[in-house]
Design a binder for this molecule. Structure first.
Ligand SMILES: Cc1cc2nc3c(=O)[nH]c(=O)nc-3n(C[C@H](O)[C@H](O)[C@H](O)COP(=O)(O)O)c2cc1C
Length: 206
């Protein structure tokens, strides 16, 4: 098969797609906008990188307040996700338009979106101009998770959250059935090991 070459571009697909809430420092007005250029870049401290164009209303709000919330939307919110990504909060109050319920901040003063099952409360660590976008490094101070996502062992079942992603201009739901799990390629098959041991120890009657 021949490989085609395209000029350098940000063809990293899929990406997460999130709804970011921020708050106007003086009036307390809350805004939500859609972000696809977002990724985890460090575990400890927990840091997420986000690319935001300087002309976004949210850029101004996040820069001035020094905080924001990364809300993970579900497939039921995909139309709102798209709308918040094409209409600016400078023109319309998106929270009011969709009657989005807000949940008070815990570690920061910016609220999260009630309808999103997971919300990461972040504080701005740095802002670096890169070109079209500014790179925001965001430290996660607190994570809110809907309690119905936890199983009996208190494991968060993200596969039950109906989360979405974004790929080359389109939104996709995530398959609830995993293809594998972290480290499964090198994990010993404990079942077959147990079987072998049982076989070895099994003494046939004489
Ligand atoms: C799927 C999708 C992903 C987007 N990703 C980004 C992004 O990563 N950074 C950005 O600055 N704008 C992004 N946008 C555009 C903003 O969300 C859009 O301009 C929005 O209207 C800005 O809202 P605001 O002015 O209220 O902040 C994206 C839009 C969509 C639909």
């Amino acid at each position: 098969m021949d490989k085609l070459n395209f000029k350098g571009s940000v063809m990293l697909n899929p990406t997460p797609v999130v709804l970011v809430t921020s708050k106007e420092r003086d009036t307390g007005k809350v805004n939500a906008f859609t972000v696809g250029w977002v990724s985890t870049v460090c575990t400890k401290s927990p840091i997420i990188a986000m690319g935001i164009r300087p002309e976004r209303y949210s850029h101004e709000l996040i820069k001035n307040s020094g905080e924001c919330v990364i809300n993970l939307p579900t497939k039921h919110l995909v139309k709102i996700v798209d709308y918040c990504g094409v209409v600016s909060g400078r023109k319309e109050d998106k929270i009011k338009k969709f009657d989005l319920k807000l949940h008070d901040g815990v570690a920061i003063s910016t609220p999260s979106l009630e309808s999103c099952p997971v919300a990461l409360e972040c504080k701005v660590k740095s802002i670096t101009p890169l070109g079209t976008h500014d790179l925001f490094l965001l430290e996660v101070l607190n994570v809110k998770v809907d309690d119905n996502l936890l199983d009996e062992n208190n494991k968060i079942c993200f596969n039950k959250a109906n989360l979405i992603c974004y790929s080359h201009g389109e939104y996709y739901g995530l398959n609830a059935n995993p293809l594998g799990s972290f480290g499964y390629s090198v994990r010993k098959n404990t079942n077959s090991k147990k079987k072998k041991r049982r076989k070895k120890n099994h003494k046939s009657p004489k």
